[in-house]
Design a protein around this ligand. Sequence first.
Ligand SMILES: Nc1ncnc2c1ncn2[C@@H]1O[C@H](COP(=O)(O)OP(=O)(O)O)[C@@H](O)[C@H]1O
Ligand SMILES: [Mg+2]
Length: 283
Amino acid sequence: MPAASAAARAPALLELRGLHKRYANAEAALVDVSLRLDAGEVVGLIGPSGAGKSTLIRCVNRLVEPTAGQVLFGGQDVRGLSHVALRRVRCLIGMVFQNHALIDRLTVMENVLSGRLGSTGFWRSWFRRFKPADIGEAYRLLARLGLAGLENQRADALSGGQRQRVGLARALLQQPRLLLVDEPTASLDPRSSRETLRLLLELCREHGIAAIVSSHDVRLVMELLPRIVGLRDGSVVYDGPAAALTATELERIYGRDDEPPPQPPPAPADPRRVASALDVALE
Ligand SMILES: Nc1ncnc2c1ncn2[C@@H]1O[C@H](COP(=O)(O)OP(=O)(O)O)[C@@H](O)[C@H]1O
Ligand SMILES: [Mg+2]
């Protein structure tokens, strides 16, 4: 059998099938979205503000409940999972938030180690009984991300770029198969944006992690990511190589005269969002 056809039959890491989302009293936010992501594959998600990027990302781990369709992770529909099974799946799906979502009063190291909360158990982590192996790995990741020496700084003493990298270290410590990354560079200057995204991609490649990375920075995403998915009004209007994304294609995504609109300023970090993403405050 030719290798190509064998590869074509390999199960996807993530497959969205006919996904719909309608929030209460609102227009449809996602309309029949289908998308396939192989293990280790990284895709850039672009589209104007309100196109549904955050909704799509949040439907994958059911932070937002889809209205219809399937979300197959490793072949299993996460929509049908029990609470316990969903928690297990969420351990394999890391999230990096737009607003860094760090806990300000905790140190860098404590924030990073909270990436293990999902698998360590809340009370064990509350009493700081992290495993030495996790602590060692946290040190390694922080050094890899250029944050060595900052382990005992409080999170609120860091710059925006540093905070975003702490968020990335925390997600990576979770040892996910998939990273969901929503606007990682929204609040960063151009240089930090490029550096953050470059590091993120490098680490995904090194660890074989797949990722969906949404961004309003079309140029940066096109430059760094091989595959782009374009959303408009909740529908996928482009899914292909960045190299084939022509001015005409960009016009289909963003409309004729529109520049991608600026993003709203980041909201303050909210520990409840961290807990809810890690699914730890439920017990
Ligand atoms: N919690 C919510 N309740 C109602 N409508 C929402 C909610 N979140 C997003 N929306 C709407 O869904 C659409 C898609 O939003 P979103 O996924 O945030 O887009 P993007 O991330 O591309 O800016 C928008 O019309 C937005 O107003
Ligand atoms: Mg968004």
